[in-house]
Design a protein around this ligand. Sequence first.
Ligand code: IPM
Ligand code: MN
Length: 351
Amino acid sequence: MSSPRGYTIAVLAGDGIGPEVVAEARKAAEAAAARFGFGLSWVDYDLGADRWLRTGEALPDAVLEELRDADAILLGAVGRPDVPSGVLERGLLLRLRFELDLYVNFRPVKLYPGVASPLADVKPDDIDLLVVRENTEGVYVGAGGTVHRGGPAEAATETSIETRAGVDRVLRFAAAKARERAGRLTLVHKTNVLVHAGDLWQRAAGEVAAEAGVVLDYAHADAACLYLVTDPGRFDVIVTDNLFGDILTDLGAAIAGGLGTAASANLNPTSSPSLFEPVHGSAPDIAGTGRANPVAAVLSVSLLLDHLGEREAAAAVEAGAVAALPGAAGYSTQALGDRIATAVAGGGSPD
Ligand code: IPM
Ligand code: MN
């Protein structure tokens, strides 16, 4: 704790409940910084619906260039009903994932004590898995188009692109995570229908798992949805393509008690900066009511600190969030954030 460590965090609070939950996540991070002796400097960027409506810009090139110099990016949520669907999703969030080459979307699925799962008879230990979602390829690349739009002959294509290099690198990350845990990796795909991409993923997964010395399991995406509900304990680390990962992680969030606690990291494991965001969206229906749960954003900050190498701080932030969870629904966004920050600062429980 003697050498001063300092990090620059770019903040894209965004729309809806984004700014509300990010404010609480920052408090937790500041409490951890004070306790563990490092510094955080925050740089706010006003990207999101307002900026787009005002200027037509989702992510100006000059801002993208500035973001490259940050140590990490914290994002709240983007999207609002008065902006057409896809504009901010593609123009801001997906553009950041692609331009910064954040090829791992890392999403823990964990049922914390005191949180109710909609599944009957599950205890916290029964749901504790990681989803490693490929984050730069698949249908998300935007390859495709429309012809004869609006006419009877209209046709649209949305081409999924998978590369061996792209698949290999995310598999390697997932296999390394599996080695740190139970030594078991489950590939989720749909090889019985998507025979081309499925074949590529399956061969690559076999080779990477063998190289890493982990056991490789396989589940079709539809079956994986069923197992997540009937037998979530069968999974430890899941690796999957971009779209399957998007769908599976909403289901994962649901079985672990909802989007209020689901955190995510968009990582480039070898170059800075990576981007951290709650899995939830901007929830315009509850924006401004003080009912948003800040825990997913706080847990995203825990992933951020861990990625920066501040392991003790990351653990303290996670512990602070977890300690505040039982009965969390009775507190406002801000009151819950204060309880978490107090726990992080003092190392005790919030009560
Ligand atoms: C997510 C979101 C995004 C995705 C949207 C907002 C583009 O659903 O992070 O899971 O599809 O990846
Ligand atoms: Mn999603």
